[in-house]
Design a binder for this molecule. Structure first.
Ligand code: HSE
Length: 427
């Protein structure tokens, strides 16, 4: 008897799935014991480039709910509302769902996972985070005899692709983004990628699994990469750092820290060497040290491969639904987080300006680890010359740093705003 599968969506991942399930058909039926057959696709529009053969097609997602010959539905439409309605309707009808959709899980995951548990049907989502990396499967084991203390990752392929292109090729932000879109990495609305929301959604899911807390997207501090310039990348490089868009989750007793933002990463750390669309997740554990997972974080085949892993696990009876939400969550505000900082300050090029910057920082007990005045980058105009001053601070609580920046920005010799980028200690 065949295992009948319906797919919602006909984009890059759906096309990858159709291709991989057909080219690996024998191997997949060998694993599950029965042939896997895609029998229905529903999507907003038919794409001429996709040959569906005998697969039924409609533009109405409801057809995937109504078709009782389907054993599972794979949701690949993205977005929240339509995906939420589809997943909820399928689960409520007792039909298992596989989704690659972090947005719907970040927004409605607690409710949908509860429905899946109540109905005793799978809601699987390996493909929702870090594309082809089996990080959900790893976190689901909960590492017996071990605790996860923190996780740090690069989990948005588009941001990583853009930062790599800016750093390695000097490509402008907009051109790098256009290339990422052409390669199918970016979301339908790429501001979700570059603004950090995509990574925030994925982090909320990873943290829920790693620390057994509810998915809490509203508690994730989120900054994107739109304001990072090639000069920032160059200055960070001179200090021995790469700039990466990082996702960080950490548990300290009953407090959870969740943040995504650009960060300076020491160049000899693995994360600094993760380039292009590659993703990486590092887990700090109590008894197995640091575990590192890397691989492609986006793209049709990589993501489809994770969907197929869920599908074969479910179809062969090996799938285990992860439990989340067992622990309460007390979020830490970003202003209570301690880090070192990279500061880029546009200062008037006059004697004493460096001393006044140092005085303000010292009055907030912030010590300077390194400081460079970029004389060769001075910008002269008729009545003034402005020079970039780049500083690495030692570790400071962000609330205190913000007070010092406010004070600096009120000085006549300092242009506002001062650029600040967190330096992440990955020890
Ligand atoms: N837009 C996402 C990224 C795709 O760039 O990582 C995979 O979730």
């Amino acid at each position: 008897m065949s295992i009948n599968v319906g797919i919602a969506g006909l984009g890059v991942v759906a096309q990858g799935l159709l291709e991989l399930s057909s080219t690996n058909a024998d191997q997949l039926s060998g694993i599950t014991g029965n042939p896997l057959c895609v029998t229905r696709v529903a999507s907003r529009r038919l794409r001429d480039e996709v040959a569906l053969g005998t697969i039924a097609f409609s533009t109405d997602l409801e057809d995937l709910v109504k078709d009782d010959d389907l054993d599972f539905v794979i949701e690949l439409i993205g977005g929240t509302d339509a995906a939420y309605n589809l997943i909820k309707a399928c689960l409520s009808r007792g039909r298992g769902v596989i989704t690659a959709n972090k947005a719907v899980l970040a927004t409605h995951g607690n409710e949908l996972l509860a429905i899946a548990r109540d109905r005793d049907v799978p809601l699987a989502f390996e493909a929702a985070v870090a594309g082809g990396i089996p990080i959900i499967a790893a976190l689901k084991t909960r590492f017996p005899a071990n605790n996860i203390k923190w996780l740090t990752g690069i989990i948005n392929g588009t941001c990583n692709y853009i930062l790599t292109a800016m750093s390695d090729e000097g490509v402008a932000f907009e051109d790098a983004l256009r290339r990422a879109q052409e390669l199918g990495y970016a979301e339908a609305d790429p501001t979700f990628d570059v603004g950090g929301m995509d990574a925030a959604q994925k982090l909320a899911i990873l943290v829920a699994l790693a620390f057994n807390v509810p998915i809490a997207i509203d508690e994730v501090y989120c900054e994107g990469i739109q304001d990072i310039t090639i000069d920032d990348i160059r200055h960070a490089d001179e200090f021995g750092y790469s700039i990466k868009h990082l996702a960080i989750g950490r548990q300290d007793d009953d407090v959870i820290e969740m943040r995504v933002h650009p960060a300076l990463v020491p160049k000899d750390n693995l994360l600094a060497k993760v380039n292009d669309v590659e993703n990486a997740v590092q887990l700090g554990t109590t008894n197995t040290g640091v575990l590192r997972f890397t691989g492609p974080g986006a793209g049709g085949h990589a993501t489809a491969s994770s969907v197929i892993a869920d599908l074969t696990n479910i179809a062969s009876g090996l799938y285990r639904q992860p439990g989340i939400g067992g622990n309460a969550l007390k979020p830490r505000s970003i202003s209570d987080v301690s880090s070192a900082f990279f500061l880029s300050i546009a200062a008037t090029d006059r004697p004493g300006v460096i001393a006044s910057i140092g005085e303000v920082l010292a009055s907030h007990s912030i010590s300077i680890a390194s400081m460079v005045q970029k004389q060769e980058e001075v910008v002269r105009s008729a009545d003034t010359s402005v020079i970039p001053v780049v500083i690495l601070t030692n570790t400071v609580v962000e609330r205190e740093l913000n007070k010092s920046l406010q004070e600096l920005e009120s000085l006549d010799d300092i242009a506002s705003p001062i650029k600040k980028i967190r330096v992440v200690d990955l020890a």
